[in-house]
Design a protein around this ligand. Structure first.
Ligand code: ZN
Length: 434
């Protein structure tokens, strides 16, 4: 029998949510008749784009090179995100499945634009400039003319809303149409409502529970589409997530302080003129770049400065990692020289126009309440639940690594993924799935 796998990423879903979710009809099937990993260690920084790339590739953020949501373009605002798959330095599960002759589909999954191994592709992407259209944008990122006409055009209005409850519903309808019409062997789908609700209202609250209930509806729609396609009994389903979130109360713009130290220069209008050191935000962490990383005097000056800010406790820095430490502790590497980690209440800003400190009290509207990007071992952890013919019933694995997910997907499909850093989570799988 040809393997089938549908992976649904519920962005920012965490283990603590499952007490509420496990009583909902579709979730209960995963909980009672499938298997799960209670806590998954994600990548550093615990951001959507690095984590989703690790879910598909089975390697750390440094190795696949998507180390932030956006490329490092100092002083540029707004910036493009890592939309396109040519940024990813290694193979992913779609490449593995396609090479094995399986059909593939990816919907609204980060960093998949123009992915050559995805047969039915809609990247997480949107119009990029005034006058750009949804049709032009989606097709620029690899959506075929046929797919656009078949599943997107009738829902164009939903994607103009920029409301996750509306776009997730439309995304799920598109997934269901593709399941019924094309029956791909592998589908990866990214839903964002739980994440956006947490950003807006905080990590745990009634709004998040309501978002969970809507996400249950989306799963129910996918189950029903598989039944209508006649593929339900042969399909394995996975619910995964990318990171937790933590609440924050303030933002710190360390580039303003670097300017005061003469390490960064701004024009009169606040635009970046030159820089010797630059702090690139990853929300609850940041990467510190040196214009000349081989300049030892500059390196030691910035190292000393960061150490003094960390010791002061007023700058929001909980810890400073050297590049070597970030690589050995988290598999995070790139062109930066240091990584700074939050004190767990402070978010780092790279927006040069921001003041040094911005207080974000919960009672004042207009600020987010929670975000991520922090040390992956801190705070609520993402989950992994599986249900289907290749999945055991009732196995509960306490911990796994996000890099184990892609080789587990491969094992579910009866394939190998030898270059992944992780390993199949064999405790979840029936013998036939290995
Ligand atoms: Zn996310």
């Amino acid at each position: 029998m040809t393997g089938r796998l549908i992976v649904v990423s519920i962005d920012a879903l965490v283990y603590e949510d499952l007490d509420h979710f496990k009583h909902l009809p579709c979730f209960s099937r995963f909980w009672n008749e499938g298997s799960r990993v209670n806590r998954v260690r994600t990548v550093y920084p615990s951001l959507t784009y690095p984590a989703h790339t690790s879910i598909l590739t089975g390697v750390s953020s440094g190795r696949h090179t998507v180390i932030n949501n956006e490329p490092f373009l100092p002083g540029q605002s707004p910036r493009p995100w890592f939309w396109f798959h040519d940024r990813v330095a290694v193979r992913d599960i779609h490449d593995v499945a396609k090479k094995a002759g399986l059909t593939t589909c990816s919907l609204f999954w980060p960093v998949t634009g123009n992915h050559k191994s995805v047969d039915y592709l809609i990247d997480e992407y949107w119009p990029q400039f005034k006058g750009d259209t949804l049709e032009a944008a989606y097709k620029r990122a690899g959506c075929s003319d046929e797919l656009y006409e078949a599943v997107v055009r009738k829902r164009e209005g939903s994607f103009r809303a920029f409301d996750s409850s509306v776009t997730d519903y439309a995304s799920t309808e598109i997934a269901c149409d593709i399941i019924r019409k094309y029956k791909p062997n592998l589908m990866t789908l990214h839903l964002t409502l739980v994440d956006s609700t947490r950003h807006d209202y905080g990590v745990f609250n009634d709004k998040v529970e309501q978002a969970a209930a809507k996400t249950e509806d989306f799963l129910s729609m996918i189950f029903e589409a598989c039944r209508e396609a006649g593929t339900f009994d042969e399909t394995n389903f996975v619910i995964t997530s990318d990171h937790g979130q933590l609440c924050y109360t303030r933002k710190v713009n360390l580039n303003r302080l670097l300017a005061e130290e003469g390490l960064l220069e701004l024009d009169a209008d606040g635009t970046l003129k030159s820089w010797d050191a630059y702090v690139e935000s990853a929300c609850f962490s940041a990467h510190v770049y040196l214009h000349d990383p081989s300049d030892k005097a500059l390196y030691h000056r910035v190292e000393k400065l960061l150490g003094s800010w960390c010791a002061d406790h007023t700058y929001g820095i909980g810890k400073v990692y050297t590049a070597d430490e970030a690589r050995s502790d988290f598999g995070l590497y790139g062109d930066f020289s240091f990584v700074i980690e939050t004190d767990q209440t402070t978010v780092f800003s790279s927006k040069l126009s921001d003041p040094v400190w911005v207080q974000c009290p919960p009672e004042v509207p207009g600020y987010g309440r929670a975000t991520h990007g922090h040390d992956p071992d801190v705070g609520p952890q993402p989950v992994f639940l599986a249900y289907g013919p290749a999945i055991r019933k009732g196995a509960v694995i306490p911990r796994a690594d996000i890099r184990d997910e892609a080789p587990t997907f491969a094992a579910i499909l009866g394939l190998d993924f030898p270059e992944a850093e992780g390993h199949p989570i064999r405790g979840l799988l029936k013998d036939r799935g290995i």
